[in-house]
Design a protein around this ligand. Structure first.
Ligand code: ADQ
Length: 461
């Protein structure tokens, strides 16, 4: 065992840092994103460790300290990247857990590397955790780690949180390795989900496919107990709200409005370019709206941001082509030299630019076909400090459980979505304010820090 062990260990697919090129050469920089900023203070406070992949294949660098966190890099080979990550994680689990919106593929040649990589993470965690330490494992890439770790280190408090939906029995039951996955998760003391539905689905399949018995949210297998519960993730509400009120963002939002055309209504979509996010259906709905309201074409503009994602996977390359073709069709059919109906950006934006867009948008379109939570929905609400703006939200995003006064839609229904966009654009101000105020109350002061706190507290009981 290593001489420097830790009292709190985070285990995630990725490390909270990435190697980036700077003027001084290659340097490690903290990765953007809510999860990293939520967990960092916890780990720092306890002098804890974070185990994860660096994002590049080949041999892993030695462990190193970064901002008071001990980082333990896990090496992934090119073959594992193809079979474990692109294959089993993103070709089997991702579509299956998202309601099989794409057909999941089941290959034994993907499963074996999944087991091997999970074993490597478990071994490295066992070497890193102090006696009686708390270990928090994240997401669908590492579902076997809790039981593998428990075998080696029964003294640990092990928690697992799933960031994506946990599917219902009729879907989960298709997985050839369903029992192994469930027994893997049941190695944890606490298994957390984004919504109560996820926890409920998990308890049901454990009763059906394992020998576990359940009572009031607790499962018992071989005399060991696992609590299954919902811990909805949130955002750093204060950070978004104060950025939204800053002069620089206010000015930039005003500029965006002017550039888009004075008086024009701005509709915004912000997503990772993923087939679960419903970007293509959304574009078809916008096209439908324009064809119904030809006299008002110049009144609206749709801004769609799409962060590049999983570009090695065929499905994702095809999705990109389909989305870009649809954008081209809409602009070709409804645009003219002085008006472009869809502005499409295929890249990540700096934080202040993103917030300025949230502030400039009259209508926010969040229409995933399935989504664990969807942080974009909560980010938009957090930036509406003046209760302005309207949000259209998919019934199938975890966020819909909390943001009940959003205009909720079935994201598969092109006509319904076109009608809801029209309704959003003509919603009386008073009604829009009432709805947004309720959403802001729903998020309230429950931040991503409270989320992390409540999970760690549940784990320490
Ligand atoms: P994701 O599927 O990645 O997360 P989401 O929750 O929407 O989805 O988070 C996306 C993040 O990327 C947001 O913070 C957003 O601001 C940012 N982003 C998107 N487009 C951007 C752009 N063009 N420029 C800059 N930033 C951009 C998974 C699950 C979700 C769950 C989260 C957290 O799929 O359901 O909410 O984990 O648990």
């Amino acid at each position: 065992m290593s001489a420097r062990q830790s009292q709190l260990v985070i285990v995630a697919n990725r490390l909270p840092v990435a190697r980036v090129k700077t003027k001084k050469g290659m340097e490690w920089k903290r990765s953007p994103g809510g999860l990293v900023s939520a967990l960092t203070p916890f780990v720092q406070k306890t002098g804890g460790a974070w185990i994860g992949w660096t994002g590049t294949t080949g041999s892993a660098p030695d462990l190193f300290d970064f901002e008071d966190i001990k980082l333990v890099p896990v090496g992934i080979t090119r073959g594992q990247l193809e079979n474990f990550y692109d294959g089993f994680c993103n070709g089997t689990l991702w579509p299956l857990y998202h309601g099989a919106v794409r057909e999941p593929e089941y290959h034994r040649s993907w499963w074996r590397p999944y087991v091997a990589v999970n074993k490597r993470y478990a071994r490295m965690t066992a070497e890193t955790a102090e006696r009686g330490a708390t270990v928090w494992v994240h997401d669908y890439h590492l579902q076997l780690v809790p039981a593998l770790l428990r075998e080696q280190r029964p003294d640990l408090h092990i928690g697992f949180f799933l960031h994506i939906p946990f599917p219902p029995e009729e879907l989960f039951g298709r997985l050839p390795w369903r029992r192994q996955i469930l027994e893997g998760l049941l190695g944890a003391n606490v298994v957390g989900f984004q919504t109560p539905i996820g926890a409920h689905n998990f308890i049901r399949v454990c009763r059906r496919y394992t020998d576990a018995k359940s009572k009031a949210g607790t499962l018992e297998l071989h005399g060991r107990k696992t609590q299954a519960d919902a811990f909805p993730i949130s955002v750093d509400v204060e950070r978004y709200a104060s950025a939204a009120e800053s002069d620089i963002v206010t000015q930039r939002a005003q500029e965006i409005r002017e550039q888009m055309g004075r008086g024009r209504r701005i509709i915004l979509g912000v997503d990772r370019l993923d087939y679960t996010k419903g970007i293509d259906v959304r574009l078809r709905a916008f096209s439908e709206l324009l064809s119904r309201r030809r006299q008002a074409i110049r009144d609206y503009v749709l801004v769609q941001l799409a962060v590049p994602s999983r570009e090695r996977v065929d499905e994702y390359r095809e999705l990109r082509s389909r989305v870009e073709e649809l954008v081209g069709q809409i602009n070709g059919e409804f645009g003219d030299v002085s008006h472009v109906p869809v502005h499409y950006l295929h890249r990540g934006l700096p934080f202040t630019e993103l917030i300025a867009l949230y502030r400039a948008a009259d209508v926010m379109l969040v229409t995933p076909l399935a989504d664990g939570m969807n942080l974009v929905a909560k980010e938009y609400v957090a930036t509406r400090y003046d209760d302005t703006g309207v949000m259209i939200l998919s019934e199938f995003a975890g966020a819909a459980q909390e943001l009940k006064t959003a205009l909720q839609v079935n994201p598969h229904d092109v006509d319904g979505l076109a009608e809801t966009i029209e309704m959003a654009l003509s919603l009386p101000q008073k009604e829009a304010t009432r709805r947004m105020r309720k959403m802001r109350e729903a998020i309230g002061n429950y931040t991503v820090f409270d989320w992390a706190d409540s999970f760690v507290t549940a784990l320490s009981h």
